[in-house]
Design a protein around this ligand. Structure first.
Ligand code: TNX
Length: 488
């Protein structure tokens, strides 16, 4: 691709136009139909342009004609797909079109990536036509807020970054051995007893119901759905600490602030276990506007297979009883007769792919989160001060140069629902730690998930990404200038 306009992920079509650029001036306004759905996005756009130019940008309702407008509208003649969009920049106006608000969000992000500061401090946009649509409908980021709690303001920064790279699914790993991070109406002791600390005794925290609504709304305004996870039947020490009846001896488990995995578990033969699953997964389903609830299912190292199957079935039933679809880590692929439409999140490339192929043949969809490619808690290189290395090191090129359609041997390409990066927080304590691991690799994963194979090329990507380092600097975000990137 020859354009160096810096759009990441690479759009399907970018055609520079031979016109002078659009300049944002005192008279620039955002024009939008008086449509309730579109108004919040128009506000975000006006805010953004206003902040960049240092003057308030007004919103007007559809009035054709006048130059100097950023026109936003729903249209049917864009590329196929609910998220498709078009951006046309001419010297007199900017046109943003899509058939849904999700598509329009992508158009706004593309516009934002096209903005250039001029030497006199004003802002311009190169004249260009962009026609674009994603390759996969599920482009995710999994964030572990259990090992180290991520505050609402910090999480909003991460959500903003996801939006900037057109990722559309935020998966929150809300519970683990070390902490329970969402207040559940049916089980108030969970956050009362098991949320105060993080790994190593670092400060903890949890999301109240009001926090949760705020997170959902902030994500939604950026075209991002939230998939919440309660991890069962393993990774449950925080629950065993808060509710003694979940333990066979009736004694509460000790608080755990280390980083081992696989030691804690629920017990199928305790009636309290089944009441607990129905309560917390029922609460979670009711607190989730999206279609999916994640039940975990990973790394249960101290349980017979038959008991694992019974517990995963109980968890799945609690989710489907509330009209939601199930997502689970790859281990659930070994459970026969998963509910229709279950999403299996593939993560450990060291295991035999046969169960995923079989699950897909039985109707499951596969979300690709291969540790060795998209686990963004892996170190960039040996000796990197943050992160782990169990799946190897993952530098920018590793996160970029892989092909979702052929990654899992024997899996039909149409079984792949998308790509999800993940960031586990055993070693990540602060927002700076988190963004250092996300940037620049999150941009690479986003391009794998969004861009057509024919548009993907690492050198071209690195060139388009060059200007993004300046953007992260301006935003005050910590990032890692990988030697595989090109930075100014
Ligand atoms: C594996 S990936 C885990 C997590 C750890 C992560 C660290 C998965 C389903 N389980 O419990 O935090 O590795 O990279």
């Amino acid at each position: 691709m020859s354009d160096v306009l810096g759009i990441v992920p690479a759009p399907l079509v970018v055609e520079p136009a031979s016109q002078p650029p659009f300049v944002i001036t005192r008279s620039t306004v955002v024009v939008v139909d008086a449509d309730e759905e579109l108004l919040p996005l128009a506000v975000l756009t006006a805010d953004l342009l206003g902040r960049l130019t240092g003057r308030a940008v007004e919103i007007r309702h559809a009035e054709a004609g006048s130059p100097g407008v950023v026109r936003m509208r729903l249209a049917e003649d864009v590329l196929p797909g609910v998220e498709a969009y078009r951006v046309v920049v001419g010297s007199g106006r900017v046109l943003l079109e899509a058939r849904s608000t999700e598509g329009l969000v992508h158009a706004v992000v593309t516009l934002r990536q096209l903005l250039r500061e001029r030497p006199d401090g004003s802002v311009e946009v190169e004249a260009v036509r962009v026609e674009d649509a994603p390759r996969y409908p599920w482009r995710g980021l999994s964030v572990d807020v259990a090992r180290h709690f991520v505050s609402v303001p910090d999480l909003k920064v991460v959500i903003g970054l996801m939006g900037h790279y057109k990722l559309n699914v935020l998966h929150l790993h809300l519970t683990d051995d070390q902490g329970w991070r969402l207040d559940m109406p049916s089980r108030p002791e969970l956050v009362r007893r098991s949320a105060a600390r993080s790994v190593d005794g670092d400060p903890g925290g949890y999301y109240s119901a009001a926090d949760w609504d705020g997170i959902l709304a902030f994500a939604r305004a950026r075209g991002i759905r939230v998939v919440p996870e309660i991890d069962v039947p393993g990774h449950v020490n925080a629950a065993l600490h808060a509710y003694s009846e979940l333990n066979p001896d009736g004694e509460p488990a000790e608080e755990y602030l280390g980083t081992e995995v696989g030691f804690s578990r629920l017990y199928d033969d305790l009636p309290a276990t089944h009441a607990f699953l129905a309560d917390v997964l029922g609460d979670l389903a009711e607190m989730t506007p999206g279609a999916y609830v994640h039940i975990g299912g990973d790394e249960v190292l101290t349980m017979e297979h038959a008991e694992y199957v019974r517990l995963v079935r109980a968890a799945s039933a609690a989710v489907t009883a509330h009209g939601k679809r199930v997502v689970g880590w790859q281990e659930i692929a070994a459970v026969p007769d998963l509910p229709a439409g279950t999403v299996v999140q593939y993560w450990d490339m060291r295991v035999d792919p046969e169960p995923f192929v079989a699950a897909a043949a039985a109707g499951a969809r596969i979300l690709l989160s291969p540790g060795a490619k998209v686990y963004l808690d892996m170190r960039y290189e040996p000796g990197f001060p943050l992160g782990q290395e169990w799946a190897g090191t993952v530098d920018l090129r590793d996160a970029y140069e892989w092909e979702p359609a052929t990654l899992v041997e024997g899996l039909p390409p149409e079984a792949v629902v998308g790509v999800g990066a993940a960031v586990w927080t055993e070693t990540l304590r602060t927002l700076d730690d988190l963004t250092t691991m996300l940037l620049p690799r999150l941009a690479a994963v986003a391009e794998v998930a969004w861009s057509a194979p024919a548009r993907r090329d690492f050198d071209d990507f690195a060139e388009r990404l060059r200007s993004h380092g300046r953007h992260w600097d301006r935003m005050g975000l910590a990032w890692h200038p990988s030697r595989q990137g090109r930075w100014d």
